[in-house]
Design a protein around this ligand. Structure first.
Ligand code: COA
Length: 176
């Protein structure tokens, strides 16, 4: 199973999932400077566009190194980037960890479920993953509901975090 040479573009009914580009700096800054989004990732929300640029560079590097795949989530209707989703800690043919964020004004429309379902499918079929993991603060009710809705199973609860997994074969057998 090979890591893709060209960044994979995915289309759904309402979304285009494409490679993150410099033009997404403001969208990424907007999400991670919003305390309601940022609090699930960092101690402090972003305060400077430069920090968003650094994220974009990190996402590009991860892809170049074959260690991660993070898509920009773009609304087809307005061509607006509203968030990101993708894999970090990738071990092709084995496992990856999924992460995601969406602009607050877009919550509650089912957009992240629409984005996660095809990237999970991509992970199993194209990256050959056997297991996809995700974790969330135990207080992040929206993220937990989303993960369970798209098929993740709870592996453990530890130190205020819920740890989830989903396997290619659908087995209920975490390998820890
Ligand atoms: C976590 C996060 C992505 C969830 O976003 P969301 O919009 O609630 O997630 P979904 O795409 O699953 O949308 C679900 C809601 O949309 C509603 N909805 C509306 N139309 C829908 C449709 N066509 N399909 C599915 N759901 C739809 C559902 O009723 C559902 O609401 P409910 O869960 O209260 O029943 C978002 O809250 C976020 O970005 N949070 C901050 C970042 C974060 O926490 N990231 C994860 C760190 S681990």
């Amino acid at each position: 199973m090979n890591f893709p040479k060209k960044f994979p573009k995915i289309e759904t009914e309402r979304l285009v999932l494409r490679e993150i580009a410099d033009e997404d700096t403001h969208a990424i800054y907007r999400n991670f400077s919003d305390p309601e989004v940022a609090k699930w990732f960092f101690e402090q929300p972003l305060t400077d566009l430069v920090q968003a640029k650094e994220f974009i560079t990190a996402f590009k590097n991860e892809f170049r190194e074959g260690e991660g795949l993070t898509w920009a989530i773009v609304l087809k209707q307005s061509d607006r980037c509203v968030g990101t989703c993708g894999y970090g800690d990738l071990e092709i043919g084995e496992r990856g960890e999924i992460g995601f964020d969406l602009a607050q004004d877009q919550w509650g429309k089912g957009l992240m479920s629409e984005a996660l379902l095809p990237i999970i499918d991509y992970g199993f079929k194209e990256l050959g993953l056997k297991k996809i993991e995700a974790h969330s603060y135990s207080t992040n009710v929206r993220a937990i509901r989303l993960l369970e809705k798209v098929g993740f199973q709870l592996e453990k609860i530890s130190e205020n975090n819920h740890y989830y997994f989903i396997t290619r074969s659908g087995e209920n057998l975490p390998s820890t």
